[in-house]
Design a protein around this ligand. Sequence first.
Ligand code: EPS
Length: 403
Amino acid sequence: MIRFLTAGESHGKALTTIVEGFPANLSIKKSYIDLHLKRRQMGYGRGGRMKIESDAAEILSGIRGGKTLGSPISLLINNNDWKNWLDIMDVEKPYSSKSKVSIPRPGHADLVGISKYSFDDIRNSIERSSARETAARVAAGSIARKFLEEFGIKVGSFIESIGGVYANQNFAETLFQNKIRKDFNAWSLAKKADESNVRVLDKNHEQSIINKIKAAKKKGDTLGGTFIVVATGVPVGLGSFVHYDRKFDAAIAAAIMSINAVKGVEIGPGFEEAELYGSKVHDEIIKIGNNFTRKTNRAGGIEGGISTGLPIIVRAAMKPIATLMSPIESVDLSTMRKVDARRERSDFVAVPACAVIAESMLAWVIAEHLIIKFGGDSIEETKDNFNNYTKKLFGRINKNFKR
Ligand code: EPS
């Protein structure tokens, strides 16, 4: 089993993560992790913080000579902004009452956090609930992503809508219809999206979205959106139907839903399918050479909690950022009076970043299930197990059913 923990406050000294359970001899470079950290910082509509930070990972353990040792990998990402918060974030000095935050923002973790943990300063909720933590997740997810590449599995994403502005062409539908080239891989999709400032696949769409974000900014408001995360090359048989906590789709949904501000997740066009006849939903099975496939991929690559071998397609919805420059109503906890919610530096839109984080979380879950199925203490051993299973799959089915 692989696992990871992250630690760090948004304006503390640094973020760290410990990644454990990957086999030995996996090649990984710092530049590979840094590329994905940089991708998380992109996007039109981000706030001032992204101008301060230039996220990069320092590898503290678990890698020698460019290869994993099988031991825990620890990574550190410095918070450049920390030096501006030395007083407020000091680990020992009591914080002054002047810097205390007492007005919770609706939609953020402010009020629930102080209620649950009995804090006397909302800052204590803000720091760890901040989406800054996701930088550490992307670092951890990069290890998973690199591991998956060894098996030809690629992960990518694109933005489908921001503030309800969709493209004329429905790219998701192309994926659901399985109208993709044979050599299509999810990373090439991500690279195309990365060319756009809002990670969309169409230039006209980009401009409409930027106009919408500009309008939101002008009003002191924020926007959310929807995005698609895809994984290609995933073999048949990850996950299981035998128990709720072994279902591949359930694990993916939980991982994506755990990302800050994500309020909805579907596998394939899940909600739309609920309105259709079964004959319009299910993917017809066909045999091409020594391989079973489906005419369409409305199942989003998962049937019965098990991967089908077709691309995994996840759609997620991110709510608008909770910090509003034109605030809505709240209560000042120091006076218990009705007030405007507190303003604080934030993003106007972070959907493009959210999709990159979702790529990392999807990569993680796939890596986890790949290791559950194929095991191995070295990458060579895992590959042998993987190849043994995938190469003999059709032959086994054929033999089992031959009359
Ligand atoms: C973020 C860092 C944060 C926010 C944002 C994401 O930095 P700061 O709070 O210093 O501006 O920009 O987090 C939120 C929008 C949030 O609500 O927590 C980052 O590194 O992604």
